[in-house]
Design a protein around this ligand. Structure first.
Ligand code: ATP
Ligand code: MG
Length: 559
């Protein structure tokens, strides 16, 4: 693991420390409240690291996982399962504190009845259009609904009829009675309940009325005795409504909402609606496509939990909305893998080298260092034979001055093995180079070549006899525009046509073919790679995904 500073400071942690010092709370109770209508993405990871991070840092604290599943039309068990798997993978655990908002439906209902009985809620039976027309706008106050002053008895009866399924969808809603002329639009008699005849993944058809987010969320927090309800800045002007619900309902505790800036990443779309569109329109291969900013996509791409946590720590928690450069995320990934990933050899664009000076059956174990960043990881044995694969672009017939790799008359080192000198090459009738002929220089394993012979580069290689052929998927960013959401013709129009390049005839050193799935490593000189979680089968099918290149090639391209 790369180093993770333990001391974290931001305005939210400072506020919690103050609340503990003043005796307002003994320990913070936070929650992560996803709606199970999609897979988690890197933005959620920020919220997870914040909420679960706080629970780890403060004595006696805890963080709940709560599924905010109050809208049956978009929710699904598949999402419930994937969300739990992703949070665990990120390294966090809710213990026994797993909640479903749908298990609180009775409580929401009681609160609604309470509001009606206090004269603070009413059933509005106007058309959707009429209600919208009466809302006004920021400069014009709204108008009161003709149903606003119904009697409590009538409201109770009509709400009961809504609940019993006696009223059609869209024909009635329950509204809070607050202030139609409030300068805060959220306070203009907001909707609390609507009718929906939909099958719920948890409660089936037990209910046909469902609470709105702004009503349910504070009640969920209060029900679970959450002390600090942390959400993104868009909810800042919903806070008066949050507090109104808490102040006017029979709640067992009084949570407090605090907002922080959401994560936006360059070259990335993050809205679940857009990610769902990419999946449904087959523009990517599922939610866990390695190009997706989803947690499961990043996992499959080879990002590590530590890299994602370090990234979230680096960006910190603020009140200012802005864009974070995706290169910073890639940097965190590279940093973690540079420290921890073993080095292996794979050739992606193979060109055969015949070392003429070795006998046909030459088969020699040479030692190659596993990770220069971690000398304690030692060396591994790799077999060197008369014929080896090297990278096609490690040979040039007529190289420029600064090219130190193989060329006629030039000498390079095969990593961990001999220095070899190119004596000849073969071409087909189109002029393509088909084979390189070399001589090895005896006694050069671990030793410099004799004086007078220059050998300035070591290149990676794979034995033709022992190497295993397999597939490499080279991933790049999914979008070519820095802000895909702002693209004139929509985010799909700025998808990168070269975001996936599949190589089917790569050559791997045997240890890569026998490695388990999700094996992280550096392909020497090429980049960081991981064996694919789904398609790689140890010993029978080698499939590797590029996690990230060794260097930031985008920064270069843009200059
Ligand atoms: P989206 O807008 O992508 O649909 P959402 O906010 O509707 O996301 P939820 O499942 O409701 O998704 O989010 C669960 C939690 O994750 C919320 O507390 C939300 O504030 C937080 N969250 C979602 N997106 C981000 C983000 N980009 N940065 C930080 N936190 C986020
Ligand atoms: Mg949401």
């Amino acid at each position: 693991m790369s180093s993770q500073p333990t001391e974290r400071r931001d305005f939210i942690r400072d506020m919690i420390a103050t609340d503990i010092a003043s005796g307002k709370h003994q320990a913070p109770i936070t929650r992560f409240p996803p709606e199970p209508n999609g897979y988690l993405h890197i933005g959620h990871a920020k919220s997870i690291c914040l909420n679960f991070g706080i629970a780890q840092e403060f004595q006696g604290a805890r963080c709940h996982l709560r599924f905010d599943d109050t809208n049956p039309s978009k929710e699904d068990q598949e999402y419930v399962d994937s969300i739990q798997e992703d949070i665990h993978w990120l390294g966090f655990d809710w213990g026994k504190n797993l909640f479903f908002a749908s298990n609180m439906f009775d409580f929401f209902y009681e609160c609604a009845i309470h509001l009606i009985k206090q004269g603070l809620a009413y059933v509005d039976e106007q058309s959707v259009e009429d209600i919208r027309a009466q809302r006004g706008n920021v400069t014009t106050p709204g108008q009161e609904s003709p149903f606003r002053n119904r009697s409590i008895e009538e409201n109770l009866a009509r709400f009961e009829a809504m609940k019993k399924g006696e009223i059609e969808e869209g024909k009635a809603i329950l509204r809070a009675k607050i202030d139609m002329s409030s300068s805060n639009m959220n306070m203009r008699d907001p909707v609390l309940y609507r009718i929906m005849f939909a099958e719920h993944h948890n409660t089936g058809d037990a209910w046909c009325i469902y609470p709105m987010y702004d009503f349910a969320h504070p009640l969920e927090d209060a029900y679970e005795h959450i002390t600090h309800s942390l959400c993104t800045l868009e909810f800042e002007n919903h806070r008066p409504l949050y507090d109104w619900v808490i102040d006017n309902c029979p709640v067992p505790s009084k949570p407090q909402q605090t907002e922080f800036a959401r994560l936006n990443l360059t070259y990335t779309v993050m809205s679940k609606r857009k990610l769902l569109q990419l999946v449904q329109d087959n523009l990517v291969n599922g939610w866990d496509d390695p190009r997706m900013p989803t947690v499961s996509g990043m996992r499959r791409r080879g990002y590590t939990p530590a890299a994602i946590r370090n990234f979230c720590h680096t960006i910190g928690i603020t009140k200012f909305n802005g864009f974070t450069d995706v290169a910073l995320l890639e940097y965190s990934v590279r940093e973690d893998l540079n420290a921890n990933a073993p080095r292996r050899m794979a050739v992606l664009n193979p060109l055969k080298v015949t070392i003429q000076s070795l006998s046909d059956d030459h088969d020699e174990e040479v030692e190659v260092q596993n990770n220069p960043e971690k000398p304690e990881d030692g060396f591994r044995k790799v077999n060197l034979t008369k014929e080896v694969w090297i990278e096609r672009d490690d040979f040039m017939i007529d190289p420029p001055k600064k090219y130190y790799r193989l060329a006629p008359g030039r000498t390079v080192r095969l990593r961990g093995g001999y220095c070899i000198t190119c004596t000849d090459y073969k071409q087909d009738n189109q002029g393509n180079i088909t084979e390189i002929i070399c001589d090895h220089i005896p006694g050069t394993i671990g030793e410099a070549p004799p004086e007078g012979i220059q050998c300035r580069a070591a290149i990676h290689w794979v034995s033709c006899k022992h190497g295993v052929e397999g597939e490499v998927r080279i991933y790049d960013r999914l979008f070519t525009a820095e802000n895909p959401d702002a693209a004139e013709e929509g985010f799909v129009s700025v998808m990168n046509p070269e975001s996936l390049n599949v190589i089917t005839n790569a050559q791997f050193e045997p240890s890569l073919a026998y490695a388990p799935a999700e094996y992280h490593c550096q392909f020497e000189r090429l980049g960081y790679y991981v064996s694919d979680r789904k398609d790689h089968i140890a010993g029978s099918k080698a499939v590797y995904n590029r996690t990230v290149a060794l260097k930031d090639s985008w920064a270069k391209k843009q200059k």
